[in-house]
Design a protein around this ligand. Structure first.
Ligand SMILES: C[S@@+](CC[C@H](N)C(=O)[O-])C[C@H]1O[C@@H](n2cnc3c(N)ncnc32)[C@H](O)[C@@H]1O
Length: 329
């Protein structure tokens, strides 16, 4: 993001937040879905207050999500742009559920007072286990779909990266979720086991069948068998606090063959704790939705790994994908 040094920089920040408020509010009212048919719909015919549409549609038009269709009688109709149609078709445009996250952000001050995770307006904790609420199958499925949709390229790049380190043998995809990362490793010739909650293993099985094996349980307490030549933790460590890492990493070390490799894919802060943007902002979600997750610094990760008896490290920054891979033996 741009740094803030003038009042107009602050205005730009406020405008971005306002624009996001419009996007999630339209989504909450199903207005993007109402336009999904492709036809332009007159302001008066959209199921919402006409003045509010008159004043919010230009924000979406400015973002390139809506196109104004002037009508012969002087009225205005709105249609989705091609980009918005594509985003909607891919499931990437926010839906009615996105407003909950926005509402949570508006109550971030309560977390500053009492600590995370955030509570909903009825006072219930919104804690997740790495983004997953095990009792909520719909939420889990939607979350897994989102991660799957976004992981096409990163899963391929990651598998390519670890291939020279572990050209053959067995791999554990710890907290593998939807299974796309594990499946890419399997496509590269490894025998892959995915460990996750039952609800996630079922989703991975639906997609990949016998191409990957699954083990269900809680990786903080349950045995994940082995030994493996490679253990992958993709988007896992940001969901864990320092104490959880201190307890988990030695168990991972003992589940590797001698010389086995641990690959950690995540977003890590550098020593300034100001960069990269992805890590700086993602820590906020971990504060809201996990017990002690955070964006760890590279230095903290190295120290935690050393304490768990890993000694040989390398780090790859995949800037275009906005993630980093730590390789440790
Ligand atoms: C953010 S998702 C990452 C999924 C996948 N690895 C990826 O990179 O897209 C975190 C995954 O870890 C799993 N997870 C978190 N805590 C867990 C625990 N204690 N035991 C088992 N699975 C856990 C969640 O169920 C979820 O599938």
């Amino acid at each position: 993001m741009d740094t803030v040094s003038t009042e107009s920089d602050l205005d730009a920040l406020r405008r971005a937040a306002s624009a996001w408020a419009v996007v999630v509010s339209w989504a909450k009212h199903g207005l993007f879905e109402a336009l999904a048919g492709g036809e332009a719909i007159r302001t008066e015919d959209l199921v919402a207050n006409s003045d509010a549409i008159r004043n919010t549609a230009p924000v979406l038009a400015h973002l390139g999500l809506l196109i104004r269709h002037p009508q012969p009688d002087g009225s205005t109709a709105w249609a989705l742009s091609n980009s918005a149609k594509r985003l909607l078709a891919n499931g990437a445009l926010p839906t009615h559920t996105a407003h909950g996250g926005f509402d949570d952000l508006s109550r971030l001050h309560t977390v500053l007072e009492h600590g995370g995770p955030i509570h909903d307006r009825e006072g219930r904790s919104k804690i997740t286990s790495g983004g997953v609420v095990t009792g909520d199958a719909d939420q889990t499925r939607a979350f897994m779909e989102m991660l799957y949709r976004r992981s096409d390229e990163s899963a391929r790049v990651l598998a390519q990266l670890v291939k020279p380190w572990v050209p053959q043998g067995t791999a554990l995809d710890l907290g593998g979720g939807h299974g796309r990362y594990g499946h890419e490793l399997a496509r590269n010739g490894l025998t892959v086991t995915l460990f996750d909650r039952e609800v996630c293993c079922a989703i991975a099985k639906e997609r990949y069948g016998d191409q990957i094996a699954t083990l269900t349980g809680d990786f903080m307490t349950d045995d994940f068998e082995g030994p493996y030549d490679l253990i992958l933790m993709s988007n896992i460590v940001h969901g864990l606090g320092p104490d959880e890492l201190s307890s988990l990493l030695p168990r991972i070390r003992s589940a590797l063959v001698p010389g086995g490799v641990l690959a950690i894919k995540d977003m890590f802060l550098d020593h300034t704790m100001a960069r990269p943007e992805s890590a700086a902002l993602f820590g906020l979600s971990m504060l809201l939705y996990t017990s002690s997750g955070r964006s760890h610094t590279q230095f903290e990760m190295r120290q935690a790994l050393e304490r768990a008896d890993f000694h040989d490290f390398d780090l790859v920054d995949l800037r275009d994908q906005r993630f980093t891979v730590i390789l440790a033996r």
